[in-house]
Design a protein around this ligand. Structure first.
Ligand code: ADP
Ligand code: MG
Length: 326
């Protein structure tokens, strides 16, 4: 069987199955969520996550600056920590770089990584540096965070009647990528969304402390794929109202001018790195008032066991599929 037949999530399921008899302490939470959870003491836990970026697959060095790539490598990991409601504390950085690489490029990469580390006080504790073939640079980052036990938000805690909401616009990053793939240079506003996504640390910590928030994750693969994870792990279904998906003005403008498929970009594009959360439906309005930022409701949790998309005329529309690595 080829790996493409097994699929990314099929492979992860097999890895998980192989370790099922391992005597993991019952209060340690492993594969399945944005981060693993390791109890620290009575009151606090550590959360830990790792994400890899591969040249040619996740980035092209002529489409992203070294500074931006350093920033993004940490941001995508911090985003997973924020998705648990936790504060990022420490990181490890491993680099596979060609010996032909430009030393100045590497210095700029570290400047970018440092700038986001400094913004959130994330201490770089170590890593690894190794040689890679030219054109096959690999970046692997691990981030450790900390959280009060009662604030941990899991993908598995959505309940029927919850409102599904996102903490930012969707599709900008995917639109920037599409334009770049067509050989165009997106405007700075869009480019920044793709090359320097802001991990929503402050928002994630606040959501973590609210008991009305039941489930949370970050949007890395696209809502259509990510909401499926919540539904599978929470044994529920979801309805997404496609006309409630929040878009930025620039996204609306470019997609209208160019006749791009907004739904394909926003549901399946991915790399938004905003938070996807489910909130107690009965308390949503009060919750929304209390939140100092903007939150966009776009659906509800059902007990149907499937994800349905409802168009503006109340008609069900075809399901869009999120990004899969293979
Ligand atoms: P995210 O997009 O939030 O980073 P992923 O979809 O990459 O999450 O991964 C889903 C879950 O599978 C996570 O809990 C992650 O730790 C786990 N996982 C992914 N790849 C592997 C692997 N090679 N071995 C063990 N666990 C893995
Ligand atoms: Mg994630």
């Amino acid at each position: 069987m080829r790996l493409s037949d097994l699929g990314e999530f099929g492979l992860i399921a097999e890895i998980k199955e192989q370790f099922v008899n391992f005597s993991v302490p019952t209060d340690v939470e492993g594969i399945g969520d944005d981060c693993a959870v390791i109890p620290k003491d009575e009151k606090f836990s550590y959360v830990i996550t790792t994400d890899m970026l591969v040249e040619g697959k996740h980035f092209l060095t002529n489409k992203i600056s070294a500074f931006e790539l350093g920033y993004k490598s940490l941001a995508v990991n911090i985003s997973d920590v924020a998705a648990m409601g936790a504060a990022p504390k420490f990181s490890l950085l491993s680099l596979g770089v060609s010996k032909e690489s430009d030393a100045e490029w590497c210095r700029d990469f570290i400047k970018g990584y440092h700038s986001l580390s400094a913004q959130y006080g994330v201490l770089l504790l170590g890593g690894d540096t190794t040689a890679a073939e030219t054109g096959h640079m690999t970046i692997s980052v691990t981030v450790l965070g900390e959280i009060e036990n009662r604030n941990i938000k899991r993908r598995s805690s959505a309940q029927k009647g919850d409102i599904i909401a996102v903490s930012g616009h969707l599709g900008d990053s995917a639109l920037a990528l599409q334009l770049m793939m067509q050989g165009e240079t997106p405007c700075n506003e869009l480019l920044k969304k793709h090359n320097m996504p802001s991990a929503q640390v402050v928002e994630g910590i606040w959501f973590g402390a609210q008991e009305e928030v039941h489930a949370m994750m970050d949007i890395s693969d696209g809502v259509s794929s990510d909401i499926e994870h919540i539904c599978r792990l929470s044994s529920c279904g979801a309805k997404i109202y496609t006309n409630a998906i929040p878009y930025s003005d620039i996204f609306n403008k470019i997609c209208s001018e160019r006749h791009f498929d907004k739904l394909a970009l926003s549901l399946s594009g991915g790399e938004d790195y905003v938070l996807l959360l489910t909130i107690d439906g009965a308390k949503f309005e009060e919750f929304k008032q209390r939140y100092s930022g903007i939150i966009y409701p776009l659906g509800e949790i059902t007990d149907s066991g499937k994800v349905e998309y409802i168009g503006s005329d109340d008609q069900k529309i075809e399901q869009k599929r999120g990004f899969r690595h293979f």
